[in-house]
Design a protein around this ligand. Structure first.
Ligand code: FMN
Length: 422
């Protein structure tokens, strides 16, 4: 493991980093959504907000119920967050595993549970299409789940022994975890499992202490070949933020990628109750009033949602990132390195949670790298990211931002253990 803060690296900075190619004012709007869409309210909040509340409620107060204004974070889709400690045996380790970070909350996992063993499988039906064309994020997410499972096993007096990819003939068989008895070891990381959430809201201004970054990066210590590079100073943050913005714009401009991402957005409480997966308004880190208004208004179109995402990426995610972390590995196409990288990523997220820090995964750049590769397009994002990463040696596996959050993150839904165990 190596820790690299950008201050200490000799990086060939681009002399004239292109300005972010997105500005809210230039983003296009879907026809007919100017007055009443969630997007226009989210953008123009503060201007006529009271009018919108009255109009929204007057036009259809049923949306208070339809869209879960009063039931955020409660009910069946959120039960898993309150019960992950209940079962003392192997099934309980699955209850912790399903709370892990995972791409688009696709929950791409199936667990086979025996008396002293759990086997983790990928669920190929839960790929997120051209957003993750090479399956990189799915395998990272499975690594995240595996890490929660291991931590939960240790806390339950089991001694997990992990074999990655145990069956060469079945690439969906991600891991076998033998669970013989052992000493019960609880840890701060374990205790943070139920409090870890993606925080997409604003973070407080000001840099994080180097010691805090060091403590997070130490989570990679056990894995050889996985490094954490920090982009913590203003110039590095600006440059990586600009690249993330350009990648976001490229995803939005790519009809197929945009559509594949939108397919995982759950627009109302009915959708959440039905699917118990996907991305929700509650998980977007919005201010309470904005969130309520957004829920009262008609559902966003794909294009309106994209515009909102671009706006948030520009005005909140990149603007308030205290630091970016980039996990690098020798070969991001290697399934085992993706799984181990996912385990490290989950530990970093849990450690950040334990320290009261917010974390948001931001993988637009690698999503474009993999997309360009699969459609045979000229590689534009891979060389730009390589230049930013400088001499760190490895290739980017995953990217995230961290900071001291201004808002508490909302819960995301989960399918229950019995829906994902065989
Ligand atoms: C491999 C991977 C990639 C992800 N990429 C993004 C991303 O680009 N942007 C984002 O906001 N969240 C991203 N996430 C976070 C997931 O959307 C999030 O974990 C999921 O919706 C569940 O929500 P929770 O983390 O709050 O439990 C990613 C997570 C993983 C594991």
């Amino acid at each position: 493991m190596a820790i690299e803060t950008r201050d200490t690296l000799t990086v060939a900075h681009r002399a004239s980093a292109p300005a972010p190619s997105i500005e809210p004012a230039r983003a296009s709007a879907a026809p007919g959504d100017q007055r009443w869409s969630r997007r226009s309210v989210l953008k123009g909040i503060g201007v006529g907000a009271a009018t919108v509340v009255v109009a929204g409620i007057g036009a259809g107060s049923y949306r208070v119920f339809d869209n879960g204004v009063l039931s955020a974070g409660s009910g069946r889709p959120y039960d898993a967050w309150g019960h992950w400690r209940d079962d003392p045996g192997p099934l309980g380790t699955v209850g912790a595993a399903i709370l892990a970070a995972n791409p688009h909350n696709s929950q791409p996992w199936i667990f086979h549970v025996a008396s002293a063993q759990v086997d983790l499988f990928a669920d190929p039906s839960r790929r997120v299409g051209t957003i993750d064309p090479l399956g990189r994020e799915q395998q990272i997410g499975l690594g995240c789940a595996l890490e929660n499972l291991v931590l939960a096993a240790r806390a339950r007096g089991l001694k997990p022994a992990v074999t990655l990819l145990p069956n060469p003939r079945d690439p969906t068989h991600v891991a076998t975890v033998a669970l013989p008895p052992g000493p019960a070891t609880r840890s701060a990381l374990h205790d943070a499992i139920g409090d870890r959430h993606s925080n997409r809201g604003p973070y407080k201004p000001g840099p994080l202490p180097v010691a805090a970054l060091d403590r997070l990066a130490a989570q990679a210590a056990a894995q050889s070949g996985i490094e954490v590079s920090w982009f913590a100073n203003a110039r590095d943050r600006q440059q990586l933020g600009a690249l993330i913005l350009d990648a976001t714009a490229a995803i939005v401009a790519d009809h197929q990628q945009s559509s594949d991402a939108f397919a995982w957005f759950r627009n109302n409480r009915d959708d959440i109750d039905t699917h118990m997966d996907g991305l929700t308004l509650d998980g977007q880190g919005l201010a309470p009033l904005t969130l309520t208004l957004a829920k009262l208004l008609p559902a966003s179109s794909r294009t309106a949602g994209d515009t909102f995402w671009l706006d948030q990426t520009l005005s909140v995610h990149t603007r308030t990132a205290a630091a970016y972390g980039v996990l690098t590995v020798a070969d991001p196409h290697d399934p085992a390195q993706r799984l181990e990288g996912g385990r490290v990523l989950e530990r970093i997220h849990l450690a950040a949670t334990a320290e009261g820090l917010g974390l948001q995964h931001m993988n637009q750049i690698t999503e474009r790298i993999d997309r360009e590769q699969t459609i045979g397009a000229r590689a534009t994002f891979a060389p730009r990211y390589a230049e930013l990463l400088g001499r760190s040696g490895g290739q980017p596996l995953a990217t995230f931002r961290i900071g001291e959050p201004e808002r508490t993150a909302g819960l995301s839904p989960r399918r229950p253990v019995k829906a994902v165990t065989r």
